[in-house]
Design a protein around this ligand. Sequence first.
Ligand code: FAD
Length: 306
Amino acid sequence: MTEMPHPRGKLTSGRPLSDLTWLRVGGPADWLFQPADHEDLAAFLRDLDPSVAVFTMGVGSNLIVRDGGLRAVVIRMGRGFNSITIEGGRVTAGAAALDAHVARKAAQAGVDLTFLRTIPGAIGGAVRMNAGCYGTYVADAFVEAQAVTRGGETVTLRADDLNFRYRQTDLPEGWVITQATFEGRTGDPEDLDRRMADQLARRDATQPTKERSAGSTFRNPAGFSSTGRDDDVHDLKAWKVIDDAGMRGASRGGAQMSEKHSNFLINKGGATATDLEGLGEEVRKKVFQTSGIELEWEIMRIGDPG
Ligand SMILES: Cc1cc2nc3c(=O)[nH]c(=O)nc-3n(C[C@H](O)[C@H](O)[C@H](O)COP(=O)(O)OP(=O)(O)OC[C@H]3O[C@@H](n4cnc5c(N)ncnc54)[C@H](O)[C@@H]3O)c2cc1C
């Protein structure tokens, strides 16, 4: 058995991951590491056998962990990585700071990062996924990020290194984002507050925000871009092609394509990862049969089948 380093943070073997994800499914990770701080994380990665796989998770709002779990060290950051500092219009947030919290603190200081308010993840996941909504993406506000490489070295990443695209970046495997700096337009705190309240209300009206989901299940399929931006190419709507295939409300075990928003896969209670992924694959098949469109998963699926 591989000898593990002895960090100051918490290292647990055979830790179930289901309670750490929004969908509440998934088997155990070989190891879960919760680093105490940046130095602890860097030393751990430096000392960890290079053959051991590393997977960093945020708050699991874009993940299906399969029922067999993960043969890897899962890194999950908490206290020690959730500071938020604001200086001259620039907001620097730790990887574990929640997007909503960052948006609210920025708004109080008159900095517009309102697009982060309704995204339920944390900052590391937001950068990795180029998260965004209502037409603004992390790429639009990104200044730089700090990361620890798989070998334990601390590096600064600029936009060119990450190559932001629609819901994806080129972050190398095993690298861990520890903090990111953003710059937003200035705005009146009360106006920014009002905009965030509007966005929350819009979400509640159109999405199953009270259900267990992982947000949009599939990327919007590529169509015509009026601006030429990669982000805007995806102007066909996944929910529309799912509706056209008759899959709104379809279910398997405890998994369902939401009646409220057909691109949201939800755990109605007691779903397994196999139910959720199986239903998603059934939707992809039906959509392909009816429209010839091959939907691509936006939710990341990781780990071994049960
Ligand atoms: C109700 C709901 C609504 C949503 N709406 C939106 C939306 O409007 N727009 C949008 O973009 N997304 C949306 N999402 C999806 C999700 O919230 C985002 O993708 C979010 O950025 C994921 O963050 P997370 O912390 O949960 O990351 P996780 O789901 O834990 O991980 C996602 C990916 O990021 C990587 N990652 C996480 N943290 C780090 C880190 N520190 N270093 C390196 N890699 C890391 C993981 O390895 C994984 O590849 C929604 C989800 C839900 C449940």
